[in-house]
Design a protein around this ligand. Structure first.
Ligand code: IPM
Ligand code: MN
Length: 356
């Protein structure tokens, strides 16, 4: 038996609804395996701005630091999107959290469910067998480099800066993951143009000697954007900088047929955070129609990576597979007259776990 302290940050939009279902599923797992989970709720994003004026309050940071893992919903509110002059924005909360918790490696898998191949906008024969993982650098690069405006706001700049140390730390996560999978690693960059990308390439080339069993390739980000759609099943693990990873993982997420299916983990040196890759989907907030599976699969990643409880993790994944095979699907994947609600899907998976 383990006592697990989990910080829960539901956030904005559909965040609270999908988190509720993932919590249900984790509680089923703890009941089944005799663990104890202590849930600690905290505010983040627009919800935190409304309550405290700060998108990542000190109290939330404290709860995260003292947790064994963090389960995160989504963040963002349209009232900020059309106001470039807003002084505080929900997204700042996420960036501050990543930086302060040192969540340097963002692991975003893309895979397909055999029974959902027809839901993908890409032809079936191109995506069959797709099973790839992006490892996106998350606390550096152009997101965090020097930025500013000059000439009375008529000129603006953002700097992309990477150190060898940051690249090695990130690439190590990619190499180690490739070793556990199909032993192929692709470094995605723009080394034909960017100095920082040339440092990525040089650094990873040097690391190849310590990973002789891994087949390493180097591809430009624009070409990868194309190949991800043409033949996604050629990739295994891809490592890349913050901004390329942001863009390419959104692109990759459509392969599965719905953004509502794909989980993610943000690995830190102390605590790690688990969240669905989709956003706060404000149009669906409060309607009980969002797909909770991405969040439930994020919880599965949490059991595996943070708690080293593989059996528990596999059981969540198995229950999700059964749920999908039995067409217990939400509106993003089913005709709305046949669709199941967020809470029905969460309950189905939780009950399935107890009966497995
Ligand atoms: C993501 C999001 C964030 C990012 C935003 C909300 C700051 O798009 O997690 O991919 O750009 O990293
Ligand atoms: Mn993004």
């Amino acid at each position: 038996m383990k006592c697990l302290r989990i910080a829960v940050l539901p956030g904005d939009g559909i965040g609270p609804e999908i988190i509720k279902e993932a919590v249900k599923v984790c509680d089923s797992i703890s009941k089944k395996f005799g663990h104890e989970i202590k849930w600690n709720y905290a505010l983040v994003g627009a919800a935190a701005i409304d309550a405290t004026g700060n998108p990542y309050p000190e109290q939330t940071h404290k709860i995260c630091v003292n947790a064994d893992a963090i389960l995160f919903g989504a963040l963002g509110d349209p009232k900020y999107d059309y106001d470039p002059t807003a002084k505080v924005r929900p997204e700042q909360g996420l960036l501050e959290m990543r930086k302060k918790l040192g969540l340097y490696a963002n692991i975003r898998p893309t895979f397909v469910f055999p029974s959902l191949l027809e839901k993908s906008p890409i032809k079936r024969d191109r995506i069959i067998g797709t099973d790839l993982v992006f490892v996106r650098e998350l606390t550096g690069g152009i997101y965090f480099g020097e930025k500013g405006t000059k000439e009375n706001g008529k000129v603006a700049y953002d700097t992309c800066l990477y150190s060898e140390k940051e690249i090695i730390r990130l690439a190590k996560v990619g190499f180690d993951l490739a070793r556990k999978r199909n032993k192929r690693l692709c470094c995605v960059d723009k080394a034909n143009v960017l100095e920082s990308s040339r440092l990525w390439r040089k650094t990873i080339q040097r690391m190849e000697y310590s990973y002789k069993d891994i087949e390493v390739s180097y591809e430009f980000a624009d070409a990868v954007a194309m190949r991800l759609i043409q033949s996604p099943n050629m990739y295994d693990v891809l490592v890349t900088a913050n901004l390329f990873g942001d863009i390419l993982t959104d692109e990759a997420s459509v392969i599965s047929g719905s953004m509502g299916l794909m989980p993610s983990a943000s690995i830190g040196s102390e605590t790690s955070l688990y969240e669905p890759i989709h956003g706060s989907y404000p149009q669906a907030a409060g309607k009980n129609i969002a797909n909770p599976i991405a969040t439930i699969l994020s919880a599965a990643m949490m059991f595996e990576q943070s708690f080293k409880l593989s059996e528990e993790s596999q059981m969540i994944r198995k229950a999700v597979d059964l749920c999908i095979n039995e067409s217990i699907l939400s509106e993003d994947l089913a005709l709305s007259k046949n669709a199941y609600s967020t809470s029905e899907i969460g309950s189905w998976i939780s009950e399935k776990i107890l009966s497995l």
